[in-house]
Design a protein. Structure first.
Length: 152
């Protein structure tokens, strides 16, 4: 199996429901063609370098998957037919991919990200008393500056 990455630029004017239906259809195509879906990254609406279909912005989405050439052929055929896709690009990341190893790496990365988020939430919850004190100090310096300007 080979590892691929496809980046889609989808029409930014589409409602969220149409975008999710498009992405779910893409996720369905991969297993139908004996591929393995690995990861999806939704980058959101970004400014384009030049207008595509008279639109200055596009909704970016990236999918990572493993499979043989027929997976890529079917995905690209679907993108050519579907009017919601403004542009797409598929890149082969590696010619030999170990699906289980890749999924284990992604799970470990997500676990560490969850731990980091939890640690940040704990530190934020532990120090809320210092933040209002800083805000009070900032407000008092602003009011002092206002008094100085009114006296002059």
């Amino acid at each position: 199996m080979r590892r691929y990455e496809t980046i889609f630029i989808i029409d930014p004017d589409l409602p969220e429901s149409d975008r999710t239906s498009f992405l779910s259809r893409i996720k369905e195509i991969i297993p139908q063609q004996e591929g393995v879906f690995i990861q999806e990254d939704l980058w959101g609406i970004k400014k384009l370098a030049y207008e595509v279909r008279k639109k200055p912005r596009g909704y970016y989405a990236r999918i990572d998957y493993c499979g043989m050439g027929k997976v890529v052929d079917e995905l690209e055929r679907f993108c050519r037919i579907d009017d919601r896709v403004m542009k797409y690009l598929t890149v082969q990341l590696s010619s030999e991919a170990d699906v289980e190893k890749i999924q284990a790496e992604i799970a470990a990365a997500q676990a560490s990200k969850t731990e980091t988020t939890a640690a940040n939430a704990e530190t934020a919850a532990a120090s809320p008393s210092s933040q209002p004190a800083q805000q009070d100090q900032e407000q008092s310096t602003e009011s002092d500056e206002d008094e100085i300007t009114t006296e002059s």
